[in-house]
Design a protein around this ligand. Structure first.
Ligand code: GLN
Ligand code: ZN
Length: 762
């Protein structure tokens, strides 16, 4: 009997109800009980939606108030000491997620670190484990949510983060050791929770082990053996070893020997895994086929999926599923009436994906004739997409095919560009600048909302933005910043702003995806060949530059970041889409130069997160990603200075690629992790100019001049004075002017102090 299943559903709600409830709870506008009630309602609504979409089994414990890895840490009692004396359970949980409240002037405990969940844009909280860590079952959330589903009449399959993935994602604290060593101590807790689930009536449990699609080694694989030999022995329960986000590679035959009852394979990213599985699998083993892409928004080719599934269904019990949890896609495309219907019919969000899963399962169960019409409709849609002129712009294709190697490099090497730029810019040593955005105040957001709602005319909105720019320019001049920015007041988001203006993109009105906790993003959808309709930023630049004789930076988002933070078409290689974006940005760069920009910044904060999960795939990605940046940035004269910006400092393993970008100046995040910077730059001589962020813009704290001077002195230990720029860590849009003004004044003073020291030593 082939069943339709799901690995996880988005938690935030159609109208971002969870986000709103969390924010109200954090600001004491609703009680904890009210928050939990919203959560219950969301679970109920989502189970109902999944049943209506045709699922036979729904997931449970896939819900989380903040993050499922944090839930797992709490479940196994891995609560760092600094949170231990917060008595209220909910308050302790959010303290781990976001930092604790301060008591009588004593600062609250720092939150757990946050990092990206595999290669997604979702962030999890990193559990902290000590070498003498003990574990104990400290929460019954999985059982509670299973019973909740049961009471509502659902056959639910609990989801747990598997013990090996949990430990591998955790961080060793106190001393350095491999958290995997803690496995023997952790397994008894998993045994307890599984036994309780069995008692409560669960038949299957989904054990998520996505770590298996990364570069695994013998240590990790033997931990998997150890864990599942033990956990599979719990009577009455069937375990589904669940892998996703890629292929398990050579480990597959070995995993099929485990005494678990089934395995889930991501057949979207690794369809070839099925043939291998069928060669090694025993006949009673359940294969969960991940046939519907959980990472993207396109309709599935149901006929092709069915064909793949049939080969398995003839031999083994199977279930049909999305490739991974649907956490990474929005909920429902049917309400997106703002997206032109020709494009909308190509799209599937969570609800539509589950309808596809269910249709595949029914076809396998009952044969295709009963569903011939649905399958034919699906083929017709795919055919319309393939043939659509909307996806195919011959001019763009011709241009992409005609890219020549000289378009990927500046005319002269950096060493020869440098004197030309110096002569043009006349900057002092340790030039000061900011990363681009200034505070997006209430006033700015209100004006934008009014404009979008048609309550503020285009000319009034423009006048308002110009006034903001003028004030920002005047103020930057008054405190003595060397390279100015216009402030990005016109931008809601650094990717959406460009997505709204480029051909080949659509922006959904409600296509939110959880990024972390209550934070959601709305990725643009790239459906067709990308082309620039006309200048996107030039008028704002021109206006800002007209107000000052100091250089104003032209400010753009880079092609890799636009790609990485969008849903990308799946009918051509990502590289091609990225290079099309690069060509559009290249034209904008050239237009900015023509409009008088002597400095143009092209932000690439997402370059690192595009790295594939397996190291063997890194060189290919880095090659086309670096070249995309160079394609975007190399159309300018040599005396025009190209900047880039990245929001991190973990460069150790990609520093050569960073240098390969050949940006004249790069600004990076470093104030929270100065040691990282030192490590990356001691071994590798970075050739061009660099601005290591001297203050943390993620905190409302106002830094002192002396601190920033201290950080700059540290940087001077590994970088030369002629390379060094002075700037904050990132854009200032989340800060308030009351914080920004004193902080930047102190930063300018720090640079001046360094200059006078340099003058006396020379
Ligand atoms: N220029 C952007 C800003 O200042 C950069 C933001 C980012 O790197 N995330 O807001
Ligand atoms: Zn940044």
């Amino acid at each position: 009997m082939t069943l339709a299943t799901n690995l996880g559903f988005p938690r935030i709600g159609r109208q971002r109800e969870l986000k709103k409830a969390l924010e109200q709870y954090w600001t004491a506008k609703i009680s904890g009980e009210q928050l939990l009630e919203t959560a219950r309602q969301l679970r109920r609504t989502h189970w109902q939606l999944q049943r209506e979409a045709g699922l036979d089994i729904v997931p449970c414990n896939d819900f989380s108030l903040y993050d499922h890895v944090l839930d797992t840490a709490v479940m196994v009692g891995a609560i760092p000491q600094r949170f231990a004396d917060i008595p209220d359970e909910l308050e302790r949980y959010f303290a781990m997620a976001r930092g604790g409240k301060s008591y009588n002037g004593r600062p609250g405990p720092l939150a757990l670190e946050m990092t990206k969940w595999f290669d997604t844009n979702y962030h999890y909280l990193v559990p902290e484990l000590t070498s003498d860590q003990t574990f104990r079952l400290s929460s019954t959330k999985p059982v509670d949510e299973f019973l909740e589903a049961q009471r509502l009449g659902y056959a639910a399959r609990p989801v747990l983060v598997g013990p090996v993935t949990f430990l591998r994602l955790s961080k060793a604290k106190g001393s350095s050791f491999d958290p995997l060593q803690l496995l023997p101590r952790l397994l008894p807790v998993y045994e307890q929770i599984l036994a309780r689930l069995a008692t409560a009536g669960a038949t299957w449990v989904q054990m998520d082990e996505p770590i298996l699609v990364t570069d695994t080694d013998e240590t990790l694989l033997s931990c998997v053996d150890q864990a599942y030999n033990r956990l599979a022995a719990i009577s009455g329960l069937k375990l589904l070893l669940t892998t996703y986000f890629g292929t398990v590679g050579e480990a597959l035959p070995r995993l099929l020997q485990l005494p678990v009852a089934g395995i889930h394979l991501d057949l979207v990213r690794g369809p070839e895994q099925l043939a291998t599985a069928l060669r090694y699998v025993r006949p009673d083993f359940t294969l969960s086929l991940g046939l519907v892409d959980g990472r993207n928004v396109w309709r599935t080719d149901l006929t092709a999926a069915l064909e793949l599934a049939r080969s398995a269904a003839a031999r083994n019990p199977i279930t049909v599923a999305p490739s991974c949890s649907l956490l990474h896609v929005p909920i429902d495309v049917s309400e997106e009436t703002g997206i032109p219907s020709q494009v909308r019919e190509w799209l599937a969000f969570a609800r539509q994906k589950l309808e596809e899963v269910s249709l595949i399962a029914r076809c396998l169960r009952e044969g295709t004739p009963a569903y011939a019409q649905s399958l034919a409709e699906n083929q017709a849609i795919l055919e319309r997409r393939r043939r659509s002129p909307l996806t195919n712009n011959p001019a763009v294709r011709a241009r992409l095919a005609a890219v020549t190697p000289d378009m990927l490099r500046r005319q002269r090497p950096y060493s020869q560009r440098r004197p030309l730029q110096q002569a043009r810019l006349q900057l002092p040593p340790f030039p000061t600048t900011t990363i681009g955005s200034f505070p997006q105040t209430e006033e700015v957001r209100k004006a934008r909302a009014a404009f979008k709602a048609g309550k503020l005319s285009a000319s009034d909105y423009e006048a308002f933005l110009k006034q903001q720019i003028a004030e920002a320019i005047r103020w930057q001049e008054s405190i003595g910043i060397d390279v100015l920015v216009h402030g990005e007041f016109e931008r809601n988001d650094m990717v959406e702003y460009f997505g709204e203006q480029l051909e080949g993109f659509v922006i959904s009105s409600n296509g939110w995806v959880q990024s972390y906790g209550s934070r959601c993003v709305k990725p643009p959808i790239i459906y067709g060949d990308v082309a620039r309709r006309g200048p996107m930023t030039v008028e704002w630049f021109r206006y800002a530059q007209s107000l000052t004789s100091k250089p104003v930076k032209g400010m753009l988002t880079g092609p890799v970041t636009i790609l990485q933070w969008s849903f990308v078409r799946d009918d051509q290689p990502r590289k091609d889409t990225c290079w099309q974006i690069a060509l559009a940005i290249r034209d904008e760069v050239i237009d900015l130069e023509r409009a008088g920009a002597a400095i143009i910044q092209i932000d690439e904060p997402a370059l690192r997160e595009g790295l594939p999960l397996r190291k063997a795939d890194w060189p290919e990605y880095l090659r086309w990603a670096v070249e995309a940046f160079r394609l975007a940035s190399s159309g300018v004269r040599d005396d025009t200075q190209i900047h880039t910006h990245m929001c991190y400092s973990e460069f150790n393993d990609i520093i050569a690629a960073i240098a390969d970008l050949d940006a004249d100046v790069i600004s990076i995040e470093t104030s929270r992790s100065h040691m990282e910077l030192l490590r990356a730059f001691t071994d590798f001589k970075y050739p061009n100019e660099i601005g290591p962020g001297v203050y943390d813009i993620h905190s409302p704290r106002i830094p002192q001049q002396a601190e920033m001077e201290g950080l700059l002195s540290k940087a001077l230990a590994v970088l030369s004075a002629s390379q060094l720029w002075v700037n904050p860590d990132c854009g200032l849009k989340t800060r308030r002017w009351e914080e920004v003004k004193p902080a930047l004044q102190a930063m300018v003073n720090a640079a001046r102090s360094l200059r006078s020291r340099l003058a006396t030593t020379n």
